[in-house]
Write a protein that binds this ligand. Sequence first.
Ligand SMILES: Cc1cc2nc3c(=O)[nH]c(=O)nc-3n(C[C@H](O)[C@H](O)[C@H](O)COP(=O)(O)OP(=O)(O)OC[C@H]3O[C@@H](n4cnc5c(N)ncnc54)[C@H](O)[C@@H]3O)c2cc1C
Length: 389
Amino acid sequence: MKGEEDMNFQLDEEIEFLKKNVRDFVQTEVEAAAMDIEKEDKIPDRIIEMSKEMGLFGLSIPEEYGGLGIGMVGKCALYEEIGATHNGFTTLIGAHTGIGTVGIVELGNEQQKQKYLPALARGDYIGAFALTEPSAGSNATNLKTTAEKKGDKYILNGTKHYITNATVADVFTVMAVTDASKGAKGITSFIIEKDFPGFKVGAVEPKMGLHGSHSAEIILEDCEVPAENVLGEEGQGYVNALKILANGRAGLAARNLGSCQKLLDLSMQYTQEREQFGVPIIEHQAVAHMVSEMAVETEALRSFTYRVAWMVDQGKKVIKEAAMLKLYGSEVYNRVADKAVQVHGGIGYISDYPIERFFRDARITRIYEGTSEIQKNIISSQLKKEYAL
Ligand SMILES: Cc1cc2nc3c(=O)[nH]c(=O)nc-3n(C[C@H](O)[C@H](O)[C@H](O)COP(=O)(O)OP(=O)(O)OC[C@H]3O[C@@H](n4cnc5c(N)ncnc54)[C@H](O)[C@@H]3O)c2cc1C
């Protein structure tokens, strides 16, 4: 493609160093805790504290506000490592550093950045993003949460659901309707602190996987939000939400990539050790072909992820590519997880071993941050513009 002659995914020394440290941390500390996270549905405080010390909470935040100040290629390199372990941990960090903080980084004014970003970078504040409501899932323009301006405050009323990090978050990016007559252009985004009057976390929603990462309702009952906490312009909330979600897509793909690589590693080890019919099972062509397919799709996802990340760093428009990558990364992760179960046979289905956990955790990636079907809608609408007759 034109303008891509100088495409380069080379990481600088600092990021290589960080990547190695994150890998060591993930492979020793987080992996050792993975079974407990799964059983207890909780990320140990020790793991959170160590993540803070490594600066992982500041992955998306510029250096001047206390973050790591790295570009998307560097961020994906670290996300790839974080993705190679328990996806509950991966999601907690990913939701905070992605949809939970990028709104303030990209759209916040100086005052908002100074107020929130340093604490978010340290992990003293955890971030969350609250768009979805019972009536507004894929169709995020159908929000029922209202925000009415009264003096120097907005009063918010409504209920959000499925909000990742809701139980641990301090700061939420929340979308609400300020002018119902204007449809998508009547939505505004707000920064809401958990201690604002009228803000409450509702029921935690039990789920198939991602244990340790909690999704819950948030309830706004005459919730008072200072007017200075409008994020971006009034009426721009829907566009803001799309920007925040689009920004996160390369990161989610990189986390999926890390999980695929982990599943391939486990499968290559198991299929060479496990013997049936007198030979390691990888000597059976059907098994060898399955691991080959896992490797090909993982490599293809790697190339695509870093290409889109590079485009983001170059300031290129990536609406179509980011949607393609979100779609492809989620679908590949599910196919790789399915094959990993298959080559492991019975043990792939048994909960004492990590494969079945990855299989369950992979499933959400086709749904959250925009379903696979919605990504296809975005891609086709971009294609229609490119190929307009
Ligand atoms: C574990 C988890 C964590 C989440 N975290 C967050 C979060 O932190 N913040 C947040 O705001 N939201 C979050 N969500 C919500 C998530 O983004 C939505 O669930 C998702 O966007 C789908 O919305 P929905 O569940 O209402 O499904 P629906 O929109 O009702 O979709 C149901 C089915 O219909 C299909 N469909 C709908 N419309 C179309 C269309 N136009 N064309 C083709 N197919 C269509 C969908 O693809 C899907 O297959 C989370 C959800 C889960 C389960």
